[in-house]
Ligand binder design. Sequence first.
Ligand SMILES: *[C@@H]1O[C@H](CO)[C@@H](O)[C@H](O)[C@H]1NC(C)=O
Ligand SMILES: *[C@@H]1O[C@H](CO)[C@@H](O)[C@H](O)[C@H]1NC(C)=O
Ligand SMILES: *[C@@H]1O[C@H](CO)[C@@H](O)[C@H](O)[C@H]1NC(C)=O
Ligand SMILES: *[C@@H]1O[C@H](CO)[C@@H](O)[C@H](O)[C@H]1NC(C)=O
Ligand SMILES: *[C@@H]1O[C@H](CO)[C@@H](O)[C@H](O)[C@H]1NC(C)=O
Ligand SMILES: *[C@@H]1O[C@H](CO)[C@@H](O)[C@H](O)[C@H]1NC(C)=O
Ligand SMILES: *[C@@H]1O[C@H](CO)[C@@H](O)[C@H](O)[C@H]1NC(C)=O
Length: 843
Amino acid sequence: MMMLWKGIRILFIWVQSVFFLQCSCKGYNPPDNYMLDCGSSTNTTVGDRVFIADDNSESSKFLSTPQDVLAISSSNSNGDSPLYRTARVFTGTTKYTFPITQKGRHWIRLYFSPFSYNSYDMSSAKFTVSTESFVLLNSFTTTSSVVKEYSLNVTSGSLTMTFSPSSNSFAFLNAIEVISVPNELIQDDAALLPSGNYHGLLDQALETVHRVNMGGPAISSLNDSLWRTWLNDWNFLVAKGLATNVSNIDAVNYIPGGPSQNIAPSTVYGTLTEMNSADNPSSNFNVSWQFNVDLGFRYLVRFHFCDIVSKSLNQLYFNLYIGTSMVVSNLDLSTKAFNTLAAPYYLDLVTDLTDNTTLHVSIGPDTANGAYPNAILNGLEIMKLNNTMRSLSGDSSSVPSGSSSKSHVGVIVGSSIGGFLAVVFIVVLFICCQKRRRRLARQGLTKTWIPLSINGGTSLTMGSKFSSGTTASIASSLGYRIPFMAVQEATNNFDESWVIGIGGFGKVYRGELGDGTKVAVKRGNPKSQQGLAEFQTEIEMLSQFRHRHLVSLIGYCDERSEMILIYEYMENGTLKSHLYGSGLPSLSWKQRLEICIGAARGLHYLHTGYAKAVIHRDVKSANILLDENLMAKVADFGLSKAGPELDQTHVSTAVKGSFGYLDPEYFRRQQLTEKSDVYSFGVVLFEVVCARPVIDPTLPREMVNLAEWAMKWQKKGQLENIIDQDLAGKIRPDSLRKFAETAEKCLADYGVDRPSMGDVLWNLEYALQLQEAVLLGDPEDSSMNVIGELSPQVNNFSHVDANVDASVSATAAIHAQEDPAIDDLSGVSMSRVFSQLVKSEGR
Ligand SMILES: *[C@@H]1O[C@H](CO)[C@@H](O)[C@H](O)[C@H]1NC(C)=O
Ligand SMILES: *[C@@H]1O[C@H](CO)[C@@H](O)[C@H](O)[C@H]1NC(C)=O
Ligand SMILES: *[C@@H]1O[C@H](CO)[C@@H](O)[C@H](O)[C@H]1NC(C)=O
Ligand SMILES: *[C@@H]1O[C@H](CO)[C@@H](O)[C@H](O)[C@H]1NC(C)=O
Ligand SMILES: *[C@@H]1O[C@H](CO)[C@@H](O)[C@H](O)[C@H]1NC(C)=O
Ligand SMILES: *[C@@H]1O[C@H](CO)[C@@H](O)[C@H](O)[C@H]1NC(C)=O
Ligand SMILES: *[C@@H]1O[C@H](CO)[C@@H](O)[C@H](O)[C@H]1NC(C)=O
């Protein structure tokens, strides 16, 4: 009977967990969702989507010049889509205006299927389509059915699309969609070819030119959560005999924190094209696809991967090329996709301006690892970026004519004035740079300042192979420069009563910019040479990394040898201040978990957002800030380092960081890996659950160092004895257990035994689920069983006796004395700490 109950319970929990895993796959519900069947007097259903009839007053309200419009029906049905049976013809400039309820990226899909009606032969129609900001089509003609898909960020309350016939011609349209796109779909940055990073994708208008499902069937818009169409890759393959298909759709394992179904459906991730190398273990060739593109544009290329062919992790190593450029060498999907087999992963890359009308994408084996030669690709999207003329049309030389030209004149005049200003701006900057360079040269500082390179000239790029240049040059940081006068004004001339914090770097003031933006202003001590290096690192890091969970830099000021950094203002201060010592109300367990999850996301992004990991080096609760909604953002990148090259495993560097959070391995071997951040984050986790300082010299000896103290209790399985009293009885035991185990694993002695930030994130999310889930029966003995069944990856941390011994901490303390970067002992007498720790060494 007992067995039966247990079985039922496990089954129930399993069902719940499966449900939990599927949460992220729920259909997307767009806030704006317009679908019109142009010229039709009846609603048209395509699958489960209803395109509204627009030949009535209800939907023709979107049309601003209805007198120019003719709604017509073709006598014979045209093509296979019911949308192609009717069209509207515009003989003069016509506007469609859609109210936008939620600003942000939207799809625009335009359906064209020419047919003849009366004197109108639509295959001879020639026209231009533009929005307020971008030209989508210029002098467009088509003789066959085509759907044009765009996505652009709508930043006002409406979207207007203008159809302008060329002289003596007319325009037509069969159907139109304007639909919100989830924010996760397009991120602001991507790797750039031939080197560096591309920032500012959020502001780009994109046109989808190819969307391909490798090794699988075409997928219609009805089988895609965002109504995208995917084609089979067969016709794009260059040497078809070199490739084979694989399909295992059920294997696809979407995991929280990774790409969701909205990025691409399992029908894309579950099929792939691989090298036809099964019969020959010495195969060495590339599988290539070729795509037509327009000359003179940049393209965003998104590669979708999901390793459904390997039997275990770390079996597949391959290279990825665009044209002859290496995009990534020695790609190991296991490390990219949360150490989970068959977990989706995608990679974004922006090409250089195209100088050829074919774009080749190739994959080939990386033989260096001795693994069986193979290479895979599951899906590919190629999206055109608008050019500097804000146009997506290949034929941008001809300016639209006639009655239509007004809006374009605006665009063109606007961009020429913009161009002129840009030139003036660049000249001024150049002069400033020169001046500054001379001044710095006098101070002997040029080397550290120009170029602003991280880690001796290597850069944060996808494929380190081709990146000899630096990523963020001084020029790319200059966009953020703010005049000293403005900073003075914003901080009421550095009013002492506006100081909100004092750190190693200097004072932090609250402030308000001219436009009312609240900011935090960090003013460095100009005399410190170390400060200068950190100042530059911080500017460089923050201008490259933009993420919800990283504090964003609004600007900086380096006039008059000032070192001032201006950040977004974080209403709720540091995580530390909410844990102890400041009398703020205690956070609930759920709030704490969400904060940890946010911070883990920020760090995970730093570690994996680019092929080259960035190590924060100073993870602590005082560097995790909270906004007005208590959303966590990681701050203070002054110490960050670009992580190891792909072929190395660590960065050798002088020990820096904050006392109490320092990774003992880093300390012993002076070798830095992402796992040093994981260690520090583990300390933060204990701090969060125990709500006490990481070093508290007023306590009895064995309690001084939180990491040691908490590990001692955790190993006995009795952490609950030392947790924050405010949490007592409010944490579900299995949630606490998961959380504590995660923290424990982070504190493993050796980096290799610690989980990755992605694993930590996963486990924290799981702890949150365990807290929230309403489980049947006693939650005490459920979590472990369930997790085992959920995913083999969850339980795969090796159980190492993480023995953070006092001698390490003591030496760390001594080192700390020499290192001015260590500043987290707010108000605590250093010498007392040291003596406590040195004493404890002999324990
Ligand atoms: C079409 O659908 C819309 C919304 O679903 C509805 O308001 C409208 O009455 C329908 N029109 C016709 C002609 O059926
Ligand atoms: C749209 O653009 C605005 C302003 O550039 C930006 O703040 C916002 O994040 C963008 N949104 C999306 C979804 O791209
Ligand atoms: C697409 O969806 C239809 C039903 O909506 C289904 O019959 C079909 O098998 C699906 N195709 C794929 C490739 O999943
Ligand atoms: C791969 O799949 C495509 C589409 O399903 C098919 O046309 C092609 O013949 C397949 N190729 C091989 C080698 O099986
Ligand atoms: C694969 O393509 C790249 C880029 O064109 C080339 O450098 C490489 O030599 C090719 N590899 C093989 C095995 O042909
Ligand atoms: C484009 O590249 C191909 C080789 O891939 C070459 O034969 C052709 O000449 C190039 N075209 C142009 C316009 O450069
Ligand atoms: C696309 O247009 C935006 C203006 O919204 C501009 O900032 C950007 O530089 C353009 N993209 C390219 C690649 O020129």
